[in-house]
Write a protein that binds this ligand. Structure first.
Ligand code: PLP
Length: 452
């Protein structure tokens, strides 16, 4: 219902929240109350059920962030091991990234004219080609991960003139219709059936099953456009494929003329200790998707890079056939991505990730030894680590215990059997020690609570 008085009231409060230097105690309470009420009345009451931030007496409302910390309205600093599910590899509002974004906004432009040539888009494409293996060359920039996956799927179909797409069980590629079609979890797909036609799923990490899936389709006269794989499954709970799986998938795709897509939205940008995971595996996919940390933890920008043989004449003849996202690759987001790549290369973030990942994983493994009745596995590589618990309720209890001790991790009530650790590469060793100490305490409490 149109109510200008109400709109003005809300806008005054929101704009004050953005610009105020300080808040009185009454103002803080009012913001917390407004946040809870607005989530309940205008977003989705269900969201609150799954937030550990509302599991305490008073909901934790975020105010600001920096480095490895998220800070709430009351000044509580949470060590961020959730890392925005992979966004904050370079920390929160890294000044060496924000300075270029601010300069771009202040001195140049935020969005492009849509007619003149925007040079940052070109520089960014060239920079991406310079940090990805093989002959990956042509980029298309988008705004979100799922959108990048859509472009990858469409490009594979367009370039190969074939239709089937094979993905993996439990895989996650986003929730738009095409991306969801190649996801491998019933819970997300079922309400939207039928999904995109001509999609099949193979068991992740099982090259024989992938081969069988390909052969069955071929023997029945079907044509396969692409195989799409996460080099390490993130959302599924940090599942690493066996050594050689990705290379074997490459060989299989070459044998049958299938386009190989690696979805590196989570594993890319140094998260696992190399610029992209495919580098560590010695495989060049035909299409690579990137996102999350690509915007430097400051702005949203995602995209794909493809090998030249896929950039078929049809795309040249009609450059908008693949996509024409109004905001995709806009200058201010390109500035963030360029600054992120610059930071990653200048400070050798992959090395940072390898060293700190080794340190954190070792610490977690020691806790596994100490709490072997609670933890069943510690896995992953670089700073993409997972700790698996005997059951989801136990995992949730540990995640909640950590949250109460001001450490954020990626484990929800929805499914906390595996808690994910994806902290910034810039996190100090002192903070890693604090995380491990607090995890020890949370595990000890959990042990008592569940009588283990
Ligand atoms: C591997 C992978 N692909 C795609 C996506 C979807 O990205 P977005 O949430 O930005 O649409 C995600 C998100 O977690 C992801 O991990």
């Amino acid at each position: 219902m149109i109510n200008i008085k109400k709109a003005n009231e809300v806008l005054d409060k929101a704009l004050h929240y953005i610009t105020a230097e300080k808040f009185s105690e009454d103002e803080k309470s009012a913001v917390v109350l407004d946040a809870v009420n607005n989530f309940n009345n205008h977003l989705n009451p269900g969201w609150l059920k799954y937030r550990k931030s509302v599991s305490t007496d008073e909901a934790a409302v975020e105010l600001t962030d920096y480095g490895s910390y998220c800070v709430d309205l009351y000044g509580n600093e949470f060590i961020d091991c959730l890392g925005g599910f992979g966004i904050f590899t370079f920390g929160h509002r890294n000044p060496e990234i924000t300075k270029y974004v601010e300069a771009q906004l202040k001195n140049r432009q935020a969005l492009h004219s849509q007619e003149l040539l925007d040079p940052l888009r070109g520089y960014l494409a060239q920079a991406v080609a310079s940090i990805t293996p093989g002959d990956l060359q042509y980029c298309f920039f988008t705004n979100g991960g799922a959108e990048a996956v859509e472009m990858a799927l469409k490009l594979a179909r367009l370039a190969t003139k074939k239709s089937w797409i094979i993905s993996t069980l439990n895989g996650f590629h986003g929730k738009t219709m095409g991306a969801l079609s190649v996801c491998g979890k019933d819970v997300y797909r079922k309400p939207y059936l039928p999904m995109l036609q001509h999609t099949a799923h193979a068991i992740f990490g099982d090259i024989d099953d992938l081969r069988k899936t390909v052969v069955k389709l071929k023997k029945t006269g079907e044509e396969i456009a692409a195989v799409i794989i996460e080099p390490i499954q993130g959302e599924a709970g940090i599942i690493m494929p066996p050594a050689g799986y990705l290379q074997a998938a490459r060989a299989l795709c070459d044998e049958y003329g299938i386009c190989l897509i690696f979805d590196e939205i989570q594993t890319g940008m140094a998260r696992t200790g190399t610029f992209f995971r495919c580098e560590a595996e010695g495989v060049t996919p035909d299409i690579l998707t990137f996102g999350k940390a690509f915007g430097g933890g400051v702005l949203p920008i995602t995209g794909i890079i493809a090998r030249p043989h896929l950039w078929v004449k049809e795309i040249e003849d009609n450059p908008w056939i693949l996509g024409s996202a109004t905001f995709g690759g806009n200058p201010v987001c390109c500035a963030a991505a360029l600054a992120a790549i610059n930071y990653m290369v200048k400070y050798d973030v992959p090395k940072m990730v390898r060293e700190k990942g080794f340190y954190l994983k070792n610490g977690l493994k020691k806790l596994w030894e100490k709490y072997s009745k609670i933890i069943v596995d510690v896995r992953g590589t670089g700073l993409m680590l997972g700790v698996e618990f005997i059951k989801s309720e136990v995992g949730y209890c540990v995640a909640k215990g950590l949250f109460g001790r001001k450490v954020m991790t990626a484990g929800t009530l929805n499914n906390a059997s595996t808690i994910r650790f994806e902290p910034p590469a810039t996190m100090s060793y002192e903070d890693f020690d604090k995380v491990l100490e607090r995890m020890d305490e949370a595990l000890s409490d959990t042990k008592k609570e569940f009588n283990l």
